[in-house]
Write a protein that binds this ligand. Structure first.
Ligand code: AQP
Length: 355
């Protein structure tokens, strides 16, 4: 699949002390804000995390600092953090091929975020559409300053690892653009320090749509749970949701996002999960109705989520192994993050601490 990303800008700092990586670096994160990843998270982002392990020096994290930008229940956050890590492993992240960690285990994220806050314009931050959407959903009075500045924490998340590629869904493109702007600004003002990253967005799955309203993205805060496919739902619930997905007028199974957004969304999901081209699927379902497509896709989904649920549970049943993977990941992440932070602190003029 082709990536739509602009070309990667290499800007490794001259003074990096560690040996240069044989690969470009990838970095991304996912929030522990739900009891399950949904199909949009998986197809838009996590699937790319898995693929980039083979081509990149990959760092992935569960972004618990981001999770408290909206009200949280502490016990639920702890449980969802472990659950998110278990799901990432179940999806195919391999701790021998990537670094998997929890964001709050690496204090440098919050430390660099402060520095980046101080070079961000208030107007610039106010233009972030995710903030506008999320604060509108909560009511502007209830939105926190943390929610307002979370894109800048995300900037720090990415720059700390000198990431070249940031695999995300379309909704995160603007934040990666902000990261590019701030990296360039910092480098111009204080000298080469940060790699300028590029979003890694796979066009075909950049936005998976709600099954009940194919005009909006699938999201955990969607208007109706019927449009949201949670990977950890009972497989029969998932099958039911697929079978009751909204389709379009007419009967022809054809990829046409304007005229047939519902069917096109189903074709995208089907094509990606089975590695079959959309053209092949159109041919396979020529002359057949929407019912046949939905029944088969429901089977495909059940075949996908059943082992995913089992693998996730296996990691949850072995918290010692899970915690040791995360501890090792945090140690590896911290080594990289501490080096970048020290350099950024020096560049802005902080007096070094004598130990
Ligand atoms: N519908 C989607 N299509 C493609 N990619 C998507 N992503 C999210 N929804 C879709 C991508 O998933 C990654 C993790 O996102 P996140 O940590 O922001 O997860 P989330 O907040 O739980 O996602 P939601 O459901 O979109 O949350 P709300 O409802 O709060 O807005 C990101 O790379 C994202 O692009």
């Amino acid at each position: 699949m082709a990536s739509e990303s602009p070309p990667v800008t290499h800007h490794r700092p001259q003074t990096r002390c560690s040996a240069p990586s044989p690969h470009l670096r990838a970095l991304s994160g996912i929030q522990p804000t739900a009891g399950s990843f949904h199909l949009g998270n998986y197809l838009g982002a996590v699937r790319q995390y898995v693929a980039l392990q083979d081509t990149h020096d990959a760092f992935y994290m569960v972004v618990d600092l981001h999770a408290i930008t909206v009200p949280q229940d502490p016990a639920e956050l702890r449980a969802n953090t472990r659950l998110a890590a278990a799901q990432l492993l179940a999806a195919g992240l391999d701790p021998r091929r990537c670094t998997l960690f929890i964001q709050s285990h690496v204090p440098e994220h919050a430390q660099l975020a402060w520095v980046m806050n101080c070079i961000t314009g208030f107007g610039e931050a106010s233009r972030m559409t995710q903030f506008k959407d999320k604060s509108a959903k909560q009511g502007a009075d209830r939105a926190t300053v943390g929610l307002f500045t979370y894109p800048i924490l995300q900037v720090a998340d990415i720059l700390l690892y000198q990431a070249d590629a940031v695999p995300v869904g379309e909704d995160q493109r603007q934040h990666v653009e902000l990261t590019r702007d701030l990296a360039e600004r910092f480098n111009a003002r204080f000298g080469p320090t940060f790699t300028v990253p590029a979003p890694y967005i796979v066009k075909e799955v950049a936005k998976i749509y709600d099954l009940q309203d194919p005009a909006i993205k699938m999201s955990k805060s969607a208007s109706t749970p019927k449009g949201l496919v949670n990977l950890l739902d009972e497989p029969k619930t998932t099958a039911k949701k697929i079978k009751s997905a909204v389709t379009d007028t007419g009967t022809e199974i054809r990829f046409d996002t304007e005229a047939k957004p519902g069917v096109s969304n189903l074709l995208t999901i089907y094509s990606t999960l089975t590695d079959t081209s959309v053209a092949e699927l159109e041919e396979k379902y020529a002359g057949k109705g929407y019912g046949a497509l939905k029944t088969d896709l429901a089977d495909v989904m059940v075949d996908f989520v059943t082992p995913f649920r089992t693998r996730t549970q296996e990691y949850l049943d072995d918290p010692e192994t899970l915690d040791s993977i995360l501890a090792e990941g945090a140690e590896k992440a911290r080594a990289v993050a501490a080096e970048t932070l020290a350099q950024a602190y020096d560049r802005v003029g902080f007096l070094p601490a004598k130990h």
